[in-house]
Design a protein around this ligand. Structure first.
Ligand code: MG
Length: 262
């Protein structure tokens, strides 16, 4: 008799067992600890590389394996332990010699695994005092994430999440970046499905308990067009306008969304 060893899926999306969800809760708890430590470490004058070095050290101490480090493989693997995206950088900021200065906003995108299960979270934080305009950008992007999370419940369609995010951002006359999407997560950092942060409601796969997804809107004050820097990773707004990025790892449970990285 043949026993199927692959995990159960719904429409190609992995359904996690209770044991797997427990493992992912533990990964989420540790990744949350990591990002909180990095947030506390950031101060004006530090280079992104120095912030990244601290994140790498904390990864080791927390028994976490960075998902970013070496990501992509081949000729141009990602060189940092986390992504550090300053001001007009949208995502995947390669941690380098650029310093964070008073008045900047900086996105810290932290993905790591513990005992082979990943969690992924991002926050954009103010460096010292920031302008009211920048603070509103952070508030709207965080609000868009939570508007999306509220739709992550059994019986909804995937694009109900996408639509809620877009509606929230556009209600404040801000734009959602389309070039990057959220994703499923589990034993791999990126699993099906892709989770767009815009679009009409009621489309895409039916959401079921046991799915775990990362929702990660990037919201910009200007045009949502992006381009890549010569390093091949760092994505910036084409018009140089400011960008924010918030992300949580969310398990869909019979009772609704459970945020694993909060
Ligand atoms: Mg992610």
């Amino acid at each position: 008799m043949i026993r199927l060893s692959s995990p159960p899926t719904a429409g190609g999306i992995n359904i996690k067992s209770a044991r797997e969800l427990d493992a992912m809760r533990e990964s989420g708890r540790l990744v949350k600890q990591l990002i909180q430590d990095v947030i506390a470490y950031v101060q004006p004058g530090l280079t992104a590389k120095e912030i990244d070095a601290y994140a790498g050290k904390r990864c080791k101490e927390l028994d976490l394996k960075s998902g970013a480090y070496g990501y992509g493989g081949g000729r141009n693997p990602f060189p940092g332990y986390i992504c550090v995206s300053i001001n007009e950088v949208v995502v995947h900021g390669v941690p380098g010699p650029r310093r964070v200065e008073e008045g900047d906003i900086v996105s810290l995108d932290v993905a790591a695994s513990h005992k082979n299960y990943f969690a992924d979270t991002c926050i954009t934080i103010p460096v010292g005092e920031i302008s009211p305009e920048k603070q509103e950008l952070l508030d709207v992007c965080r609000g868009a994430l939570y508007a999306g999370i509220a739709q992550a419940r059994p019986g909804n369609r995937l694009s109900d999440i996408s639509h809620a995010i877009q509606e929230h951002a556009e209600a404040y006359e801000m734009n959602v970046v389309r070039a990057f999407v959220g994703h499923g997560i589990g034993r791999a950092m990126h699993e099906p499905p892709s989770v767009p942060h815009y679009g009409p409601p009621g489309k895409g796969p039916l959401l079921r308990a046991g799915m775990v997804i990362c929702i990660e809107p990037q919201v910009v004050l200007g045009s949502p067009e992006v381009k890549f820097m010569p390093d091949g990773w760092t994505a910036v707004t084409v018009d140089g306008s400011l960008s924010a990025h918030f992300e949580h790892t969310v398990a869909i449970t019979p009772e609704g969304p459970e945020i694993l990285t909060e």
